[in-house]
Design a protein around this ligand. Structure first.
Ligand code: SF4
Length: 306
């Protein structure tokens, strides 16, 4: 069985939504926020990839370029902002927007976010150790999978970086108790046999609604003690056991939570739908029909593109 941070956290929030997403594989609909986040992530990925390639090229042509041979030092001649904006244009996905106007608004916001990011980092750009690094590691008989946005090499060790495009910035306690970065820590330890020195969440679009007028905090870094890593492993074991148990008895409990308002399956959720059992059954059939039509459409597209 494969488990990712998203599936673990979906299960911990609501086992029934885990079932809809990861057991029944019900289809979801494109959303503006998701599409927007993917476009920004892809722009940063390609920009850092270019930094990496440029540094490599420089190191083979100019042995005096210190930064290109030592990845812990800033890149001495950063790429211009235009390259980052070019990569946004190149990777822009237009899926999920309600109309052209909404898409334009998001696009302008994306440009603004990347301009701010560039300003915040222009003196410290350096070739990354890894970008969008996929991992698949064995963990107690299952595969723990995921993608790490960026890994930097510092004098003290590896820094794991995850970008966030949502405006909401959780408080420090919430950030530390979330499993995403600790899971990446475990993966990095296994993948590169090196304990990460620092875990960083980079909020690209933080809201300052709590302190209007002040620049919101956009970067949170922390490191994990061995005892904290053990605790994460323990939570993963327990979650895995709970999923196995629910699968065996084919019963996943609905657990209403603060994310219900964004749940893709509200219509078919007995706790949130507000419809009769027959109507819920009807909606469920519609989901399954949509899923098989999507699959059919994919096959037709494949056939036509041959
Ligand atoms: S609406 Fe809430 S309770 Fe229902 S499946 Fe979704 S997350 Fe779970």
């Amino acid at each position: 069985m494969k488990l990712s941070y998203s599936s673990v956290s979906t299960y911990r929030n609501c086992p029934l939504s885990y079932k809809f997403y990861y057991v029944d594989w019900l289809p979801t609909f494109p959303k503006a926020a998701l599409s927007f986040g993917q476009s920004i992530h892809a722009a940063l990925r390609d920009f850092y990839q270019e930094i990496k390639e440029t540094a490599k090229k420089n190191s083979s042509t100019d042995s005096n370029q210190l930064s290109s041979v030592n990845p812990t030092l800033p890149f001495s001649s950063p790429l211009p902002l235009e390259r980052l904006l070019f990569y946004l244009r190149l990777n822009w996905s237009s899926e999920g927007y309600k109309n052209k106007g909404e898409q334009t608004e998001y696009y302008q916001k994306g440009e603004q976010i990347l301009k701010t990011y560039y300003e915040e980092n222009k003196y410290s750009f350096k070739p990354p150790y890894a970008i969008e690094e996929r991992f698949e590691i064995n963990f107690d008989g299952f595969l723990l999978t995921g993608v790490i946005d960026r890994v930097d090499e510092t004098d003290e060790g590896l820094e794991i970086i995850d970008y966030k495009t949502s405006q909401f910035v959780p408080d420090e306690q919430e950030i530390r108790s979330d499993l995403q970065l600790p899971i990446y820590h475990l993966a990095a330890e296994k993948k590169w046999s090196s304990k990460p020195h620092r875990l960083t969440l980079y909020f690209l679009n933080p809201s300052n609604r709590n302190n209007p007028g002040e620049k919101p905090k956009y970067k949170y870094s922390f490191s994990l003690e061995d005892s904290e890593v053990k605790k994460v492993e323990e939570i993963l074991y327990q979650t895995l056991e709970a999923i196995r148990r629910d699968k065996e008895r084919n019963h996943f409990e609905a657990r209403p939570n603060k994310f219900c308002q964004w749940c893709d399956f509200k219509l078919i959720c007995p706790e949130q739908s507000g419809e009769t059992a027959e109507k819920i059954e009807e909606h469920l059939h519609a989901f399954q029909r949509y899923k098989s039509l999507k699959k059919e459409l994919k096959e037709i597209e494949k056939q036509l593109s041959r």
